[in-house]
Design a protein around this ligand. Structure first.
Ligand SMILES: [Zn+2]
Length: 107
């Protein structure tokens, strides 16, 4: 097992975990309960994303670096159908699953 990513935000960790799972990398989150419990006496316990197979670590890290750094450049967008604001990392509206038209134009 090998640690490939840490973040204090559970949402970011789950995004990272989803990316790896989509790529067929077997992974899991450590310290997850600290984030929701908040009774351990520490201000923030960084969450950790681990891969079961250490051989996957290099693939996982490069995947996360490219995917997550790319996401941070994307601005939030407004759904053309339901007018909900979506995070730049979402390719489709979280509410109605309409595709982000701006993503198509960019590529
Ligand atoms: Zn929508």
């Amino acid at each position: 097992m090998k640690k490939v990513y840490t973040h204090e935000n559970l949402t970011m960790l789950q995004t990272a975990k989803g990316l790896l799972e989509n790529s067929g990398v077997d992974c899991f989150v450590k310290n997850e309960f600290h984030a929701s419990g908040g009774h351990v006496g520490l201000e923030s316990v960084p969450l950790e994303l681990w891969v079961h197979n250490s051989a996957d670590a290099e693939t996982a890290i490069s995947l996360l670096e490219s995917e997550l750094s790319e996401q941070s450049d994307k601005p939030a967008w407004i759904c053309s159908k339901c007018k909900e604001e979506n995070d730049g990392s979402f390719e489709t509206c979280w509410k109605c699953q309409t595709e982000n038209a701006a993503t198509e134009q960019a590529s």
